[in-house]
Design a protein around this ligand. Structure first.
Ligand code: GRF
Length: 201
């Protein structure tokens, strides 16, 4: 089994989607070992507990990013975590964290990267006026939302979309995409060639 740790800061709907996918056998070989939140009031924490998942809160509490991340990594290691999924985790990771889990950290972003990285991707999409957007699961490296892309899905932007309506339609796709991408990574049937994540048989 491959032990997965999920980091959240808020609602946790992607975390729950991954948990459902594991329960339904859509991510063969995966077990979710722990859900870590940097926010004690994150709604996703309660939802994770209700599902019977292990949860831990690790607040930043005025510490440096490096100190905070070292505590998170220590908890992940204590749970034997091999793959880390960021699911609405609202902090950048330290070089130490990224190096410790090099090519083993996944993130989901609500746009077709490299377009519209960073915060408020749906707002950026509407302000720019693009007709198509979507979501991306990528490996995390030192760049903001810039690591090798594992999988993407396309979502149309409708004339009457607001940030909220667009976010809802993208989120539906995120929930499916994240499970598919994690299943691919856990299957190890891929290779990273430069920036490209290529499927192997
Ligand atoms: C999602 O839109 C995800 O793409 C982005 O933050 C949001 C988190 O939502 N990184 P949730 O906490 O998973 O519901």
């Amino acid at each position: 089994m491959t032990r997965v740790g999920i980091l959240i800061s808020g609602r946790g709907s992607n975390m729950l989607a991954l948990a459902s996918a594991v329960d339904e056998g859509r991510i063969p070989g995966a077990v979710i070992s722990v859900v870590v939140s940097d926010q004690p009031t994150a709604a996703g924490l309660d939802a994770a507990k209700k599902r019977g998942l292990n949860t831990t809160v690790i607040q930043r509490q005025g510490r440096s990013r490096d100190e905070h991340d070292r505590e998170i990594v220590a908890v992940l290691k204590a749970y034997g975590v091999e793959i880390v999924c960021l699911a609405g985790y609202m902090r950048l990771l330290s070089p130490f964290f990224i190096e410790t889990y090099r090519n083993c950290i996944l993130n989901i972003h609500p746009s077709l990267l490299p377009a519209f990285p960073g915060l408020d991707a749906q707002r950026q999409v509407l302000e720019h006026g693009v007709k198509w957007t979507g979501c991306t699961v990528h490996f995390v490296d030192e760049t903001l939302d810039g690591g090798p892309i594992i999988a993407q899905r396309v979502v149309p932007v409708l004339d009457n979309d607001t940030e909220e309506t667009l976010a809802v339609r993208i989120l539906e796709q995120e929930h499916q995409l994240y499970a598919e991408a994690l299943a691919l990574v856990i299957s190890r049937k891929y290779e990273i060639a430069g920036r490209r994540v290529l499927r192997k048989n």
